[in-house]
Every structure is written in structure tokens, then in C-alpha cells.
Design a protein around this ligand. Structure first.
Ligand code: ADP
Length: 470
């Protein structure tokens, strides 16, 4: 409890000038000696730290100081005397601050006038204080240094605590977000699992339905073929017998035979389409010239359907990459349809040309055309336009055409005007080689739709084999 010393001190806490608008740093002076309060006030009055002046809050006893700290726990520094109302009042206050108030941020500088009562080493070890000064040696400069040091420590501690708090808040919100996201993910996983099960069930049903269709087709094919062959051969024999005696009977027998052929063709087409659909067809691709294939197809139709005029517009050198048997089937289906859906005497033109990086094959007729609203459905299985009513057909041919073309990585499109005609365009990949190597021996008598019939699948028994069409 020493008196005030003479001050010759004008230090600044930092380079900033004190700002009247900034809150002063509250410093709690706890001492029962009025002179100590006065001296501290004088020292701190003209000083500042970080542009903020100091404000002395004064308590003359430990009890008073405890009450102040209870109300203002954010006081950064306490300058604390030891001997006040009792010889260890200051030390008891330290315990109270740390243990009862739970205040570990406030920096406590012990300022003792009688070090003998509270030896520094014992006090520093036993109490959570931050500095120990003897009043006798505490010059103005040293006090300022001690206060600024304590303030810096308080700023660091409170900053760390604030950041820790923010971090844990952030952690909490992150955890909330993670659990929200996890719940959402789990829900979408469950939804995914449900749709997977639905899709698997649907797939299973579809596979079963396809297997049944295949079974049915093979049964129909097997059970119908023999009686149809018997009907056909009987009609043929009868025809020979009545040829001379009954010309009217001949025509009726021809109608019977035409019907039989149509039924056989339909069975073959259905089988071929099903084979394509179930992916049981393997392509045997190679390079081949397209113009000769078109010529062979047209030669067939010139004989089978002499009612029409046939012309070509082909670029002779063009070669495509594909399965010749399959491509021939496509051309024959399209030409067969052109014959079927255009009047006798009209012209059918088949062309081939380079179209960008593709080879385009076109089949044009001057027939009935396709209604605009049917164009987008025309390649769907069993779809028939209303204007084809009365003309025999199954609606399978174009579906098959599209499947074959797409298996080749190509495309098929149609343009059509009612009562003016239609043009189908098939785009295929060109031969990668410099010319047409391995020109395909196009099959004789390629079976396409006969003028009065639906598509007839190629080869013996109408089976698609993915061959070179030989
Ligand atoms: P189908 O001829 O056996 O009915 P397609 O699948 O070959 O079966 O043809 C589907 C439908 O497309 C036909 O029923 C017909 O309505 C229409 N169509 C196909 N080609 C032509 C064409 N060249 N001209 C007019 N309509 C056509």
C-alpha cells in the first residue's frame, strides 16, 4: 500500500490516436488504499491502447469487486491488492472469480504492498493469476506494460473463444446439414430401390410375355405350315385338273393359293420381327456396293409386279458397310410397300447417293401417301394408316425395317403427301474401305412383299439369318 509515484511517462498503446467514439477499456482497480486508486487513475488517464482509452472501475474491498465482476464479467483486467478487509481478501477474490464466477478470461494482476504475506512463488503456483507485481517496484511504465500485456492476452483469449464458439456452431449446423442430407439420400436410395424392384418386375413380366409370344409364334408357325402346305398343293393339283375344263375354277384356286402364300408370309414376317426384337440376330457386316443390290431387287419386282414402272437413280461407286442380306430385306420391304400402296402404271424410283458422311438409299412412289398424323407412328409395330384399309398388310414390315437399320447404326425417315406419293430414306454408314470390296452376291428372287401381299421374310422358311444374302 504505497503512495503515488511521480510520473514522467507519455507512452501510446499503439499508433492510433484515441477515438472518442470507441468504448474505453474497463480496468477494475481493487485496493483499500485511496492513494493507489488515485495514482492508477492518473497513470491510465492519458494512455490508450489500440486507440481506446482506459476507464478505471474502482472497488475498495474484495466483496465490492466480486459484486462488480458478477455484473460485468467482461472486464478484461483486474489490478488486485492482496491485503484488504482480511489479509488474504485478494487471494480469496481470485478463487471466487475463477471457481465460483467461472470467469477464466479476465486477466488478474496481483499488486501487493506486502510481498512477505503472499510470497510470489506460492501465489503464482496456488492461484490462477496472470501477473504478480510489488507495488514498490510498479512504476508507471511497468504498470502500463503489465496492463497492455494483460489486455493483449484477454483479447487473444476472447478471440479464440469467440472463434471456437463460431466453429462449434458451424460444426453443429454442418452436422445438421449432414444428417439432413443423409436422410434425403437414404430416402432417395429407398425410392431408387423401389423403382429398381418395379423395373425388375416389369422386366420379368416383359421377358415372360416375350417368351410366351415366341412360344406362340413357333407353335403357330409349326401348326399352320403343314395344313397350309397341304391346302396349297391340293389347290395346285385341282388347278391342273380343272385348267382346261373350268377356267372360272382356275381363278378361284389361284385366289386360294394367294391366300395361303399371304398367310405363310405373315408367319415368316412375325417370326423375323420377333427375332430382331429379341436381339437374337447377329449381323455379318462387310463392304458391298449398293447399286447392284438395288438392280437385283428391281429385277425381281419387274417380274413379280409388272404392273409398275421401275427406275433407278444410283451412284455406281457407292459402297456401304452392313449385312447385305439384311440391307436387301430393307430395300425389298420398301419397294414392296411402294408397289402395294401405289396404283398400277405409276413409277417407283430407287436411288442411292452420298448424303454427308452417310449413304442414303431412297424409295419413292406416286401412290396414296400417308396421312400427316400417321407419319410419326408409321414405324411402330402393327401401325397401319387408315387409308391402307382394304389393302392386305400386318403393320410389321416398317417396324422390322427400322430395327434392321438401327442395328446397323443408321436411320430411316419418311416424307409423304396424301395422294401424291411417299419417299422413304434409309441412311447407312459408308464402306470404310476405298471401294466396294466383297461385293455381295445378292440373293436371287429376294423375297419382298408381293404386290398383293405383306412383307415376306427372306430365305427358306422366311428365317432371318443375318447372312450375306446369298
Ligand atoms: P403393312 O404394309 O403390312 O401394313 P408396314 O409396316 O410395311 O406394314 O407399313 C405400315 C403402314 O405404313 C402401312 O399399313 C401403310 O399404312 C403405311 N405405308 C407403308 N408404306 C407406304 C407407302 N409406300 N405408301 C403409303 N403408305 C405406306
Amino acid at each position: 500500500m504505497t503512495g503515488a509515484r511521480k510520473l514522467a511517462l507519455k507512452p501510446r498503446g499503439d499508433k492510433r490516436a484515441p477515438d472518442a467514439k470507441l468504448e474505453p477499456w474497463p480496468i477494475l482497480i481493487v485496493d483499500d488504499d485511496e492513494q493507489v486508486h488515485q495514482m492508477t487513475r492518473v497513470i491510465l488517464r492519458d494512455l490508450d491502447f489500440q486507440g481506446r482509452p482506459f476507464k478505471c472501475i474502482e472497488a475498495t474491498s474484495a466483496v465490492e469487486a466480486a459484486a462488480i465482476l458478477d455484473l460485468q464479467p467482461e472486464i478484461p483486467v483486474v489490478l488486485l491488492d492482496v491485503v484488504m478487509e482480511t489479509p488474504d481478501a485478494g487471494l480469496r477474490l481470485v478463487r471466487h472469480i475463477r471457481e465460483e464466477l467461472g470467469n477464466h478470461q479476465t486477466r488478474i494482476i496481483l499488486r501487493t504492498g506486502q510481498p512477505g504475506d503472499a510470497p510470489e512463488r506460492d501465489v503464482v503456483l496456488a492461484y490462477d493469476i496472470n501477473d504478480y507485481k510489488s507495488k514498490a517496484e510498479l512504476t508507471a511504465q511497468k504498470m502500463f506494460t503489465a496492463v497492455v500485456g494483460a489486455l493483449r492476452a484477454w483479447i487473444d483469449i476472447t478471440t479464440i473463444e469467440r472463434l471456437n464458439k463460431q466453429l462449434s456452431e458451424l460444426n453443429d449446423s454442418l452436422e445438421d446439414k449432414v444428417s439432413e442430407r443423409t436422410a434425403a439420400l437414404e430416402e432417395s436410395n429407398r425410392a431408387l430401390a423401389r423403382s429398381k424392384t418395379r423395373a425388375e418386375t416389369a422386366l420379368l413380366r416383359e421377358t415372360e410375355a416375350k417368351a410366351q409370344l415366341r412360344q406362340f409364334l413357333s407353335m403357330v408357325s409349326h401348326e399352320f405350315r403343314t395344313p397350309l402346305a397341304i391346302i396349297d398343293s391340293s389347290a395346285q393339283m385341282l388347278r391342273i385338273r380343272v385348267e382346261k375344263s373350268d377356267p372360272g375354277g382356275v381363278a378361284r384356286l389361284d385366289t386360294i393359293r394367294g391366300g395361303v402364300q399371304r398367310l405363310l408370309g405373315l408367319i415368316d414376317t412375325c417370326l423375323a420381327d420377333e427375332q430382331l426384337d429379341s436381339g437374337r440376330i447377329v449381323l455379318h457386316e462387310k463392304s458391298f456396293a449398293i447399286a447392284p443390290m438395288i438392280e437385283v431387287a428391281l429385277a425381281h419386282y419387274r417380274v413379280a409386279a409388272p404392273t409398275h414402272l421401275y427406275s433407278t437413280r444410283t451412284e455406281p461407286e457407292l459402297a456401304v458397310w452392313g449385312d447385305p442380306g439384311m440391307v436387301a430385306l430393307v430395300i425389298n420391304n420398301l419397294v414392296g410397300n411402294a408397289v402395294k400402296y401405289s396404283p398400277a402404271g405409276s413409277e417407283i424410283t430407287v436411288g442411292s447417293s452420298q448424303d454427308g458422311s452417310d449413304v442414303a438409299i431412297t424409295v419413292e412412289d406416286q401412290g396414296m401417301g400417308i396421312p400427316a398424323e400417321d407419319l410419326e407412328h408409321i414405324f411402330e409395330r402393327f401401325h397401319r394408316a387408315p387409308n391402307s384399309k382394304g389393302i392386305p398388310g400386318s403393320g410389321i414390315g416398317l417396324h422390322m425395317v427400322r430395327q434392321i437399320v438401327e442395328m446397323h447404326g443408321g436411320s430411316v425417315t419418311v416424307e409423304s403427301r396424301l395422294r401424291k406419293g411417299s419417299r422413304f430414306t434409309v441412311r447407312l454408314r459408308p464402306s470404310p474401305g476405298p471401294g466396294a470390296e466383297g461385293i455381295c452376291p445378292v440373293r436371287d428372287g429376294l423375297s419382298g412383299p408381293t404386290p398383293d401381299d405383306t412383307v415376306v421374310a427372306p430365305g427358306a422358311g422366311g428365317k432371318i439369318s443375318g447372312s450375306d444374302g446369298g
